[in-house]
Design a binder for this molecule. Structure first.
Ligand SMILES: Nc1ncnc2c1ncn2[C@@H]1O[C@H](COP(=O)(O)OP(=O)(O)OP(=O)(O)O)[C@@H](O)[C@H]1O
Ligand SMILES: [Mg+2]
Length: 246
């Protein structure tokens, strides 16, 4: 009777040479849930996200997505990445394309949409991220917060089943952080399954169903947001939270 989780990570390990950067990481995410991943610098958060969409191969363990173990299915990584949207700290937009063209590219190339349909989709998505009037601006004519929202819209254009964010607001000036987090929170509230690395604890409280705390490659704590913020179980998680809140 129990439906299997939408994303089920079981005993994932990863080494870079002698460095053991992911140690038996296990967690699961149900459809529609938002999970926030936190932890000190170097604890393995980015590596874990990159393993989820096979940007990095993991050494051992299973990553079940939609009921299938994808962990070692590297030859089909491109198919998987079409279903998993990823947003990075530094936006990584195509600098020579304007906002709408950045969003149109993948749906045309990968999904085979016509130029007209891709354009309509891009215009809709720019509305969704609250910058309908920036369609023909190049990235360097946009603020950081606007660029990041174009990057989110570009990821959404592939109709992903899962969104991964790696510190999406940490390169932004404070006044722009909010507008990006608001869009992410709206998407979460609309039911987008999400795994997000962020230090923005206001967002975590508002949008996350669960918080995962990592240290030195291990998942130390995995709790509902309510439980985590009302008193994380581990001393290290409490210390870390204290540091980033003050
Ligand atoms: N391509 C790589 N080659 C070798 N070592 C790497 C590589 N990528 C990451 N590492 C190492 O793996 C460990 C985990 O790195 P990772 O980037 O996943 O940490 P993080 O938790 O995302 O840190 P931060 O908060 O600073 O972004 C670190 O010790 C890092 O130096
Ligand atoms: Mg990182």
């Amino acid at each position: 009777m129990n439906a299997s989780p939408f994303l089920d990570v079981v005993g994932v390990n990863k080494h870079f040479g002698p460095l053991h950067v992911l140690k038996d990481c296990s967690f699961s995410v149900d459809k529609g849930q938002t999970v926030v991943l936190i932890g000190p610098s170097g604890s393995g958060k980015s590596t874990l996200l990159r393993c989820l969409n096979l940007l990095e191969p993991s050494d051992a363990g299973a990553i079940r997505f939609e009921g299938r173990d994808i962990a070692q299915d590297l030859k089909n990584a491109h198919l998987l990445r079409a279903k998993i949207g990823m947003v990075f700290q530094n936006f990584e937009l195509f600098q020579h394309l304007n906002a709408v063209e950045n969003i149109m590219l993948a749906p045309m190339k990968v999904l085979g949409l016509s130029k007209l349909d891709a354009h309509d989709l891009a215009v809709d998505l720019l509305k969704k991220v609250h910058i309908p009037d920036r369609a023909d601006h190049l990235p360097d004519e946009l603020s950081g917060g606007q660029q990041q929202r174009v990057a989110i819209a570009r990821a959404l254009a592939m109709k992903p089943k899962l969104m991964l964010y790696d510190e999406p607001t940490s390169a932004l000036d404070p006044e722009m952080i909010r507008e990006v987090l608001d869009v992410m929170a709206e998407l979460s509230a609309d039911g987008m399954t999400t795994v997000c690395v962020t230090h923005e604890m206001g967002f975590a409280r508002r949008a996350a169903d669960r918080i995962i705390f990592m240290e030195q490659g291990s998942i130390i704590e995995n709790a509902t947001s309510d439980v985590f913020f009302s008193g994380a179980a581990s001393e290290r998680a409490r210390q870390f939270l204290n540091q980033i809140l003050h």
